[in-house]
Design a protein around this ligand. Sequence first.
Ligand code: GAR
Length: 199
Amino acid sequence: MIRLAILASGVGSNMQAIVDAYKFGILKGLAEVVLVISNNTNAFVLERAKKENIKSVCIERKNFKDEESFNKEILVELQAANTDLVCLAGYMRMIDKEILKVYNGRILNIHPALLPKFGGKGMYGHFVHEAVVKAGGKKSGATVHFANEEYDSGKIILRQEVEVSKSDTPEDVARKVLEAEHKIYPQAIKKVIEENLRG
Ligand code: GAR
C-alpha cells in the first residue's frame, strides 16, 4: 500500500476525492492517506482529516524564524509518517528544494487550468479562473503534474478539459474545473503508482 501525504491550505475537496478513491474507487487497495499537513489553522481540510481519522498537523510559517526551519518541520512530519508520495492539493506555497530532493519525482501538484497555459507565480485559485474568462478562452481544465523548483512547470501527468461558454463567470469555471480535478487527481496518482513506484 502506497502511503500518501497531502499538503493543503484550504477547503480540501481534492483531499476528499483522493480519500474517497481509496475507500470506494480506483485507488482501493493501492494507496491510503496517512498524513494531512496544512499551513493554515483555519483550513477546512483539517476538519475533513479529523472526520476521516487521518493524522493531521498544522505547520504555520509564522511560528518559524525562516523558510528553512518551516520546511524542515514539514520534511520531519513527512518522513515520520513513512510517506511514499506527496500530493499537493490546493497548497498555496512553493515546495522547498530540500523536500523536492528527498521526494524526487514523488511530489504531485494539481493546477486549476490546462498547463502550460495560465500557470506560474500568482496564478492560483480564483486568479486562474478570472484570467481564463478575461482571455475569452473556450476551454479550461485541470492538470496534474510533478512539482519542481518552478511554479507549475514540472512534467505533466494528466489533463482534463472542460468547456467554457461566453456567459460563464469565474465561479462557473471554477466549479467545472473542480469537478474535473476530483476525477483526474486519483487517476494521476494511480498512473504514477503503476508506472513509477511499483518495482
Ligand atoms: C483547487 O482548484 C486547486 O487546483 C487549486 O486550489 C483549489 C483547492 O481546492 N490550487 C492552486 O491554485 C495551486 N496553484 P480544494 O482545497 O477544495 O482541493
